[in-house]
Design a protein. Structure first.
Length: 514
């Protein structure tokens, strides 16, 4: 415990608070106990002479640290408590790992790997703890050092007498940009954090008539067209005159009605006379009953003819013309189809008009079987036109119970309000439904995601520039993207304008290759 206290006191004079915390954590990871440190028999000078003509391909962080000296293996040379350590980020074997050599009084020594730990702190706040294994006269990390190789590191070694802390920085791949350059390039900075992301299901659809508010108007009587006072596309009101037809059938029914009404009038007169005679005891009651029965029969006959006229939509009054039949609108709407012309002979079952109330329309969609659990009646959806920029909200009104044998889909429809008649039947649309909704701890703006060398990256802001941080992305709603791995909450990153930094990274890569 005394060793830890002395170490923290000595380190606090030169280290920042963040680094000090990291060091304290590293020390806690180490096992306090005696460690055997064995001399290797060779000095640092001898090792450096052996390597001074060797052309190594491994690059250490010392290449980016002007204030740090080079070690005999080409790595960064650090010192602490009378000891020197050479640190090299080595790619030997194809995987970048950290190699360590320890010297005391220029003599190489071998350290027990179990007493050596390290912690890397990356710009995004993600940390990586390292353990080491012995490899001849060196220690090598058992963990691979993933890109980017930009981090601050603290290495802790517990000797038999004290704990040693070595610190170094690695800045390989750093894209240098000042605040002025960031502003000029139009790069916007943001901070990673939680957000609610809604995953959507998009299904193709087509706008159709609201069939509950669509009528196919037929005359119901045969005849010759005498007048058509409306035009195709015209809006009409309920009861408005659509066409006038001269119909022999209507003429016969009205004549029959008039005859029945006259018989009813005569029967009523006879009944009233017989009733009066019976009351005066002049005629028998049987005559009154017969007259009453005849009156009821005429009343039934009149009612029968009236109902025949009502069944075809004709008025009982002839207005002086028995054969005049008027075709009227069943409700407010728009004439979307017209198949009638002046002088035309029409049949009783001919569809002469189609009237639709376009204030509401249906979006017809075909739902694949696997997506049926996500499409529920009463759910709100978003309708997007494919031909122009227009959106609307609607309600799922119906989901079919049968799946087509050929298409393996079920039909569904969405009711869409259409007060401005923007959504025209026949228009292709995309219907978006919310399939899931979750609040995720780490998200970034969609514009921040870039791809470099087939890797998905986010450019993190450092004190001197940006670093391309590989990330694993998850769910997205088109505006925010979930970060599953690679970033911690609170990291500063380039949101809009990140493509400019990607271009700068490409220039730096070409320059380095040349």
């Amino acid at each position: 415990m005394k060793i830890k206290t002395n170490l923290i006191s000595r380190a606090s004079a030169t280290l920042g608070r963040k680094q000090l915390i990291a060091i304290a954590v590293l020390i806690m990871l180490g096992t306090i106990g005696g460690v055997a440190i064995m001399s290797s028999g060779s000095t640092r000078s001898e090792v450096q002479e052996a390597h001074e003509h060797d052309e190594t391909k491994e690059q250490g962080s010392g290449e980016h640290q002007e204030e740090s000296a080079k070690g005999p293996h080409g790595g960064q040379l650090l010192s602490a408590g009378g000891f020197e350590m050479e640190v090299l980020l080595s790619a030997q074997g194809g995987e970048p790992r950290l190699r360590l050599w320890l010297f005391q009084k220029e003599r190489s020594i071998v350290v027990n790997a179990a007493q050596t730990t390290a912690e890397l702190i990356r710009p995004g706040g993600v940390t990586q703890k390292l353990t080491f294994t012995a490899d001849k006269d060196t220690l090598i990390s058992t963990q691979v050092i993933e890109e980017p190789h930009v981090f601050e590191a603290a290495i802790a070694i517990q000797t038999s007498k004290e704990a040693l802390i070595f610190q170094f920085n690695q800045k390989e791949g750093l894209i240098a940009m000042t605040d002025a350059q960031v502003k000029t390039a139009g790069v916007t900075l943001d901070t990673t954090g939680p957000a609610t992301i809604r995953s959507t299901l998009q299904l193709p659809g087509e706008i159709g008539f609201n069939e509950d508010r669509t009528a196919h108007v037929v005359p119901r009587v045969a005849g010759v067209v005498e007048g058509v006072p409306v035009a195709l596309g015209q809006q009409v009101r309920k009861g408005q005159l659509l066409a006038v037809i001269s119909s022999p059938a209507i003429s016969e029914q009205r004549a029959e009605l008039q005859a029945a009404q006259m018989r009813q009038k005569l029967a009523r007169t006879t009944y009233e006379r017989e009733k009066k005679l019976w009351e005066e005891k002049i005629s028998p009651q049987q005559d009154v009953l017969q007259a009453e029965q005849a009156l009821h029969e005429t009343e039934i006959a009149v009612a029968n003819v009236r109902q025949k006229l009502q069944a075809v939509g004709a008025d009982a009054s002839s207005s002086g013309t028995l054969n005049r039949f008027e075709l009227r609108a069943p409700f407010d709407g728009t004439i979307v189809e017209k198949h009638i012309a002046l002088g035309e002979q029409v049949r009783e079952d001919a569809s002469v008009f189609t009237i639709a109330d376009l204030r509401t329309v249906w979006a017809q969609i075909n739902v694949p079987a696997k997506d049926l659990p996500l499409v529920r009646v009463g759910e709100k959806v978003t309708i997007r036109a494919t031909s122009f920029e227009q959106t609307a909200t609607g309600i799922v009104a119906y989901v079919g119970s049968l799946i087509g044998e050929q298409t393996r889909t079920a039909q569904a429809r969405v009711t869409v309000k259409n007060p401005q008649a923007t959504w025209r039947p026949g228009l292709f649309v995309n219907v978006e439904l919310t399939s899931s909704e979750a609040t995720l701890p780490v998200t970034v703006a969609s514009d921040a995601i870039q791809t470099i060398e087939n890797k998905t990256v986010v450019f993190l802001r450092t004190s001197s520039g940006f670093v391309a941080q590989p990330v694993q992305v998850g769910r997205s709603d088109g505006k925010r993207v979930e970060i599953v791995k690679g970033l911690a909450s609170g990291a500063r990153y380039a949101s809009s304008g990140s493509f400019v930094i990607k271009a700068e990274a490409g220039k730096a890569s070409v320059s380095h290759t040349d």
